[in-house]
Unconditional design. Structure first.
Length: 233
């Protein structure tokens, strides 16, 4: 609309995209194709996530007080199948990571962070291949953990986090929950925020942001050139 276009068609959409690229090409990074193994890793991790959601749904149906015996048996069979599929996917993900020197090295580094176990580390590699290639503000923003101002005139609203990759944020939530129970500096960081009057969810979000910033810094020496264009975007 800002270009004066009205209506919608394939031709108008194409023109709008061309104008967008013409206007902002200097600040937009070019698409870079990932390695086949990273693409497969992302596909398997996504499938594992989908099956986990289905597993939760079936377990909830199993707990229904009005569950018919036939339905109950059907849910049990499906739960067994889903559990086996998830286990097979997890093993395949581990095989891909262990067979790739870079992924394997990154996996070991990520697992040194409190709250980050083998599953969380592998999922971060699958859903966040940019990890280790961005600065601390960029990686926090990409994960939806960067606080943005909410101001207008003299009004100064509460800074909020928004956007980002939902799956990565969910993964970091699990890591933060584990980290706050660990005997580590991350637990002390969380408890200090609470003692300073921060709400639990605010402190937990700050802990999530700290975990991903630490992970990003630790992986910088191990990064590949595939996302080097993001370093100066």
């Amino acid at each position: 609309r800002s270009w004066g276009q009205k209506g919608k068609s394939d031709a108008l959409d194409a023109l709008a995209l061309a104008l967008y690229g013409y206007e902002r090409y200097e600040s937009l990074p070019l698409f870079q194709k990932q390695e086949p193994q990273r693409l497969k890793l992302a596909a398997l991790a996504q499938r594992r996530h989908d099956l986990n959601q289905m597993l939760v749904q079936e377990k909830n149906r199993l707990k229904s007080p009005q569950c018919d015996p036939w339905v109950f048996e059907s849910c049990q069979l499906l739960i067994q199948t889903l559990t086996q599929q998830i286990s097979s996917l997890t093993q395949e993900i581990e095989t891909i990571i262990s067979s790739n020197p870079v992924l394997s090295a990154q996996q070991k580094v990520l697992e040194t962070i409190p709250g980050v176990g083998p599953v969380v580390a592998s999922l971060l590699q699958a859903h966040l291949p940019e990890l280790g290639h961005l600065n601390r503000r960029q990686i926090a923003s990409l994960c939806g953990l960067a606080p943005y101002p909410f101001e207008s005139g003299q009004k100064v609203g509460y800074r909020k986090t928004k956007g980002g990759r939902v799956q990565v944020r969910n993964i970091l939530f699990m890591a933060a929950m584990a980290a706050r129970r660990s005997n580590s500096p991350l637990k002390a960081f969380y408890e200090k925020l609470i003692s300073n009057g921060k709400k639990k969810m605010v402190a937990l979000t700050a802990l999530m942001r700290k975990i991903i910033v630490i992970a990003n810094a630790k992986l910088k020496p191990l990064t590949l050139p595939e996302f080097s264009f993001l370093q100066h975007s």
